[in-house]
Design a protein around this ligand. Structure first.
Ligand SMILES: Cc1ncc(COP(=O)(O)O)c(C=O)c1O
Length: 367
């Protein structure tokens, strides 16, 4: 009952809103992926605060199960080392040359996305008297970081010439659209990457650890598994797009809960309130990246169990939004209301319906 719920938080939080993470479920998702891609290794992608799930706790719980950990930036890697995590960690993002010693000091694997960086890593590790581990980054069409596939051989040749203080442990690329129904471009990227890998065969050299598969590829492009896969969003229980086949069963692990003051199916917007516009961007987090960068998953599902009056739960995944409101509910376009338990529901097609969750203590947040 509401009367028993804290309406003023006393634990340092500002408002009555919180996220609950089901670590067991994350573990189950991880194992389901592992079973799907075996014998390939699996990287646990912890970047951007474990996709908003809290990197520290997720790492503590899951790192031991993973073959490799993946983070976006140096700081995340250092944080994991400070937690006592000893698994290998690849920093997937680009690096600034003046930070190279810190990567090496914390035994983080560096991404070498140009010959210049590779030489800088070699020089720094030489000075420090250690061997740095690197993975070469090949851009096969994502147009983010990395050496383009058509000049990848220059980077590969450089590893043979310049780098006595560097261990080239891996080589990787990233898919731009492996979660789309049309896999033409993803297949082209894979073909380009495989061509780059032929360098090793031609030179009679063993290929380093090869990896390219993200969530979309894990689900629908098994030929891309290679030596290791890097599923991010899928491990967190969210399918990367509505188009992918559910060849691995995962479930969301994040529930965002809040005490709700008032429900209104209106048009206006006021500051200090969080609003959900499902109609505009039902998969917004995936599409524009904002959700992930902010560390929030797109709420696609708002749930209300009977007896939990005026309490709202938002979890990632699922279709549409539904919930109930003990006191207030409105019929509107796309809104339904069930008489028995005063349930309300907004479907995916609710073109203009918005839910207002007042008093969440965040600046206006648009999903
Ligand atoms: C290099 C790299 N690998 C893997 C992933 C995981 O991608 P996804 O969440 O689509 O599985 C990301 C995420 O953006 C990435 O940047």
């Amino acid at each position: 009952m509401l009367i028993n719920q804290p309406t003023i938080t006393t634990n340092g939080g500002v408002r009555a809103t919180w996220a609950e993470i089901n670590l067991t479920r994350l573990s189950q998702n991880f194992q389901a992926i592992r079973a799907r891609v075996a014998p390939a290794s699996v990287m646990l992608v912890l970047k951007t605060n474990a996709y908003g799930h809290g990197m520290t706790e997720v790492a503590r719980h899951l790192a031991v199960q993973a073959d490799y950990l993946g983070v976006a930036v140096l700081e995340e890697g250092i944080l994991l080392r400070e937690l006592g995590i000893t698994r290998p960690i690849l920093v997937l993002g680009g690096i600034w040359s003046n930070q190279i010693p810190q990567y090496i000091e914390h035994n983080l694997t560096l991404t070498a996305s140009s010959i210049e960086r590779l030489e800088q890593i070699d020089a720094a590790s030489g000075q420090m008297g250690v061997k740095a581990k690197v993975h070469l980054k090949i851009d096969t069409g994502m147009e983010r970081i990395g050496v383009h596939y058509y000049s990848a051989h220059t980077l590969q040749e450089a590893t043979l010439k310049c780098c006595r203080n560097v261990e080239v442990e891996g080589i990787y690329s990233h898919f731009a659209s492996a979660d789309s129904a049309d896999l033409t471009f993803a297949r082209l990227q894979l073909e380009r990457f495989n061509e780059v890998l032929r360098f090793y065969e031609k030179h009679g050299l063993p290929a380093p650890l090869r990896h390219i598969a993200n969530s979309g590829a894990v689900l629908q492009l098994p030929e891309a598994n290679l030596d290791m896969v890097r599923p991010g969003i899928l491990m967190y229980g969210v399918y990367p797009s509505p188009e992918v086949p559910h060849t691995v069963q995962v479930r969301p692990a994040l529930a965002w809960k809040s005490l709700v003051v008032f429900f209104q199916g209106g048009q206006a917007r006021a500051s200090g309130q969080l609003w959900l516009d499902l109609a505009k961007r039902p998969h917004g987090a995936r599409r524009d990246g904002a959700g992930r960068l902010r560390g929030w998953l797109l709420p696609q599902h708002v749930e209300q169990g009977p007896g939990h009056h005026s309490r709202s739960e938002i979890s990632a995944g699922g279709a549409g939004v539904h919930g109930s409101d003990h006191g207030q509910s409105r019929m509107g376009h796309g809104l339904q209301r069930r008489r028995s338990d005063v349930d309300w529901r907004i479907g995916r097609n609710a073109s203009r319906s918005r839910i207002w969750l007042s008093g969440l203590g965040r600046s206006p947040t648009k999903f």
